[in-house]
Design a protein around this ligand. Structure first.
Ligand SMILES: *Cc1c(COP(=O)(O)O)cnc(C)c1O
Length: 448
């Protein structure tokens, strides 16, 4: 008997067959041959049998897989609006277009009027001044690097005073005491876990004090017998001793959302008004790209902007393009709330959620809707549970169904709900409903 592997077709024959069938997807010969070799290797591992669905289909599938990028779009059906694993804030269409435009040659560092070299910061400075009330602004890669830059520039070699109740870990191993140590400033802790007064800061002042730092707790809240020194009190104390005050405000909330049941996050214009140099993230509540923004007095911004570290932390052109487009929407706060995806999702009302959930449920087999809760995520409004309407589909194995949904294209990230999978429509756009419908049918056929 001859070796069954000798039955395998020749590479050249398969090249011709795939090309003749028009199923090569525009691959070059090198790409096509690599895919064919991989499929032949699979066949050898299976005693030389042809793939169950035929050579051409198997090769075509291989080509598609080889071209699929790892960083892909997903459908967020979790209801967690700022989902760090899913890339935090989804961008407004205008911000996406701006990124695309900036991807080629652009006016990044060009003064078109004079032909001179410009600053990449100029594209967002005026907007940030107008929207926050600050004298000046600087954008870097993320809030963590913004804080690092400020600590290094303003307090390196000296002491920074922080309340014990604010020595937090934000997630992804970002810990305030560690970042202080790394930026070369000595941490002076004051107060207790639950109560800190301005007097505690005052008693800790020394000739080495260079900075008073206030950190928004972001991902947890203190309840009960608690008190904090206000930012105004700290700025007042700082002014009497000529010591700057930095507020790490976290999320970048530019407009109030209290009427949508969302309160407790610091408003950036309030921090600026209080007189603190303020740091915030671009891709949390602000709803923009990943970046860190510093706003404050010109003297402080200039001091940190000229630190060589600022060059190491400077943002990319596509980031500045997306940030500019996002900030532009805030010139009309009503429009920002309605259109910026994070704000629109967070403030969608019950009636709208219920209506959309019913619409999705009608498309899914044996689905019903029931009230549930969504989370803000991203370390903002940590104890706020947003009432939502879930689309619930009973399945025999919720975990297997979740996996199957994740392995689809695009992946759908849902959650379990008792003996069912649940889709939270808060984070699913209407034009994504057909994708969810299609995937749910396929999954329910495999894992009823
Ligand atoms: C999220 C957060 C950070 C880190 O922001 P990144 O932009 O993710 O680096 C820093 N400080 C506070 C208070 C935060 O909430």
């Amino acid at each position: 008997m001859s070796d069954p592997r000798s039955r395998l077709p020749a590479v050249n024959l398969l090249v011709t067959e795939v090309r003749a069938a028009g199923r090569d997807g525009g691959a070059t010969r090198t790409e096509l041959v690599a895919a064919i070799r991989a499929v032949l290797d699979d066949a050898r591992a299976h005693a030389g049998d042809a793939p169950p669905d035929g050579w051409v289909t198997a090769i075509e599938r291989r080509l598609t897989e080889a071209n699929r990028l790892s960083l892909r779009r997903v459908i967020n059906a979790t209801g967690v609006v700022l989902h760090t694993n899913l890339g935090r804030a989804p961008l407004h269409p205008l911000a996406r277009q701006a990124m695309d435009r900036a991807a080629g040659y652009s006016t990044l560092e060009l003064e078109v009027g004079t032909g001179d070299r410009g600053s990449r910061q100029d594209h967002v400075r005026t907007l940030l001044q107008t929207l926050t009330g600050a004298e000046d602004a600087l954008v870097v890669n993320n809030a963590a690097s913004a804080l690092f830059l400020l600590l290094h520039g303003l307090a390196g070699g000296g002491e920074t005073i922080v309340s014990r109740s604010e020595l937090v870990e934000i997630g992804g191993a970002f810990r305030i005491p560690d970042i202080l140590a790394r930026s070369g400033t000595v941490l002076v802790e004051v107060g207790t876990t639950n109560r800190t007064r301005v007097r505690d800061y005052e008693l800790a002042l020394s000739p080495r004090t260079r900075l008073l730092l206030k950190v928004h707790r972001s991902n947890f809240v203190l309840h009960g017998f608690t008190s904090d020194a206000s930012l105004e009190e700290l700025v007042h104390l700082g002014e009497t001793r000529n010591i700057p005050v930095v507020h790490d405000a976290g999320s970048g909330l530019l407009i109030p959302l209290d009427d949508a049941g969302l309160s407790g996050e610091p408003l950036i214009p309030d921090s600026v008004k209080a007189g603190a140099t303020t740091v915030f993230s671009g891709d949390k509540l602000l709803g923009g790209p990943q970046c860190g923004v510093i706003v404050g007095a010109t003297a402080v911004i200039e001091a940190v902007a000229t630190n060589p570290l600022a060059r190491a932390l400077r943002p990319d052109k596509s980031i500045l393009a997306a940030l500019e487009a996002t900030l532009t929407l805030y010139r009309d706060p009503e429009r920002a709330r309605r259109e910026i995806p994070t704000l629109a999702m967070l403030t969608e009302d019950r009636a709208s959620l219920r209506r959309r959930a019913k619409r999705l449920a009608r498309r899914l087999p044996s689905a019903h809707t029931e009230p549930g809760t969504s989370a803000v995520g991203g370390g903002a409004f940590p104890d706020t549970e947003l009432p939502t309407e879930l689309v619930v589909v009973p399945v025999s194995s919720p975990d297997r169904a979740l996996t199957a949904l994740r392995l689809g294209d695009p992946p759908i990230i849902a959650r379990t709900h008792g003996d069912a999978v649940a889709f939270d429509v808060r984070t699913i756009a209407n034009d994504e409903f057909p994708i969810v419908e299609h995937a749910a049918h396929a999954v329910l056929e495999q894992t009823p």
